[in-house]
Structure formats: C-alpha cells, structure tokens
Design a protein around this ligand. Structure first.
Ligand code: ZN
Ligand code: ZN
Length: 280
C-alpha cells in the first residue's frame, strides 16, 4: 500500500503533521513506557492526539485520561461511558463527566459512546438508553461526540437522527467499519468519519472501497491504540506513531501524496473540534 510514499523512518518533515484522532494511551498497557510512546509519536510527526478515557466510570479511568491531557499540550481528552460499560452508567457517572468537562479545558469531546452488539457486554436496551442520555448531555454542553458503533449501525444512526438532528457540533464515527450508506448517513448529520489501522488489513477491500468514495474534507485518521495495529505491525500493541500507516493507506487509495492526506486530516480535526491552533 506504499504507493510511492516516503518510508516511515523517523525523519518525516515537520511540515507533515499527523493527528491521531482516537487513542487510549492512558491505560495500563502503557504504564511501563508511556513517555517513550509519546516521544516516538512526536518524532514521527504526530502533533496532536485525542486520548479517549473509557472503562468503569467509578474506577478513576476518566480522571486518568484528563490528567494525561493536562500534562501534555499535544494531548486532548474525551470522556464518556463506552457501550461495553453502559450497565455501570448512573447519575454519579454522568456528574463525574460533567464536572471534568467544567474543570478541564483539555476535554474537547464526549465519548466514546454508542452501541456494540458484537460483544453485548451490556444489555442492548441499556446501551440504547445510556447512549441517548449521553447524547443529550453532550448536546447540552455543546460538545462534539465520539461514536463507537459495532454491528449496530441501523440503531446507531436512528438514535443519532433522533437526538442530534439540527445540532451543529456533530462528532466523529470512530474506527469506521460500516457501509457506504452508514457513512453517508453520518455525513448528513454533519459527522466526520475516522479510519483506523483496520483500513490496512488484507481483507478490508470493502472498507477501502467505502473510504475511497467519501469526501476528503470529512475524514480523520486514528490508531484506537492499543488495538488494531496496522499492517505491517498487525498483532502487536499499537501506538500513535503508527497512525501514519493508515494515512499512507488512505493516500494510496485516493491517489494523493502522504503530505496532502496529513494536511487535510489535521485540518479536519481542527475544524471538528474548533481548535484555533490547528488550521493549516
Ligand atoms: Zn471504540
Ligand atoms: Zn476507542
């Protein structure tokens, strides 16, 4: 998938800024070498990371994510109750998120929230109810939302239409793996679509076909690390520096230079989250 792009060798020019729009580097997977992981991302040209706090809302997981973002000026935070943990959602969890948003300017999105009918770690009716409640809260705070949807695309879109029609902050369909129709429905709601390392997988022709047909000005890239290491790192712990492999894949799909894809996806990130500092 290299498509004539320069190799990733740590010498990507600084004019080529990449943004990892979704990572989980606050977690225990990085406790031994988090600083090195962050340093490698910076060396590779990753200028900004959105770290998404997930897990049991009563375990301190959200605070941990916000703390990391407070420590580094190139890391932002999103917090929200993942559909896996919907059964743990309650008023206290909601209040904790509301408080963190108020306390920290580094929290720029509510998420990840949504529906996961693949794992069904929480009952589906609970997932739907918790998803709706968090969309309403995000809307009341005027925050964009980060959406996780797995094998639940019809319900996800129906709920988003119900709750967010007319909402001008939108959000992002993270780690997109759905159909072209699903992507277009999300775009119609003002959403962005983010691709992760699975775009590079050998069997992902359908997903690459979808990516090829979407408007470039609505695309983002992400690692979702520690999961979904792109080819050629598949199966190993992922990290933000590898977002470049997904950018490289996208560049070859649409026949553009890696530098252009870096520039466009970074600009999109700045637009979605209204970050004055990211406009290039
Ligand atoms: Zn997710
Ligand atoms: Zn995630």
């Amino acid at each position: 998938m290299a498509g004539g792009s320069p190799p990733l060798n740590g010498s990507v020019p600084s004019s080529m800024p990449f943004i990892d729009s979704h990572c989980h580097i606050d977690g225990p997977e990085y406790d031994v070498d988090r600083d090195e992981v962050i340093a490698r991302a910076r060396e590779a040209g990753v200028t900004t990371m959105l770290n998404v706090g997930t897990g049991d809302p009563h375990s301190g997981a959200f605070e941990r994510a916000v703390d990391l973002a407070e420590k580094h000026n190139d890391i932002y935070a999103a917090v929200g109750v993942h559909p896996h943990d919907a059964k743990l959602f309650d008023d206290a969890a909601e209040q904790r998120i509301l408080d963190l948003v108020k306390q920290s300017q580094r929290v720029i999105a509510w998420g990840e929230i949504g529906l996961d009918y693949h794992y069904d770690h929480s009952p589906r009716d609970v997932q739907r109810e918790v998803f709706r409640r968090q969309l309403r809260s995000a809307r009341s705070l005027r925050l964009p939302v980060v959406i996780h949807s797995r094998e639940a695309d019809d319900d996800t879109i129906a709920i988003l239409r119900d709750e967010l029609t007319g909402y001008d902050r939108g959000g992002v369909m993270h780690c997109f793996g759905g159909s072209l129709q699903m992507a277009r429905s999300a775009l119609d709601l003002g959403f962005y679509v983010s691709f992760a390392g699975n775009l590079t997988f050998k069997k992902a022709d359908d997903l690459r076909n979808v990516a090829r047909q979407l408007p470039l000005n609505r695309l983002l890239i992400e690692t979702d690390c520690p999961y979904l290491s792109p080819v050629p790192f598949r199966g190993r712990r992922n990290e933000p520096a590898r977002v470049i492999e997904t950018a490289r894949c996208l560049a070859s799909l649409v026949g553009m230079e890696l530098e252009e894809i870096a520039r466009i996806t970074s600009k999109n990130f700045g637009s979605l989250f209204r970050l004055e500092s990211i406009k290039s």
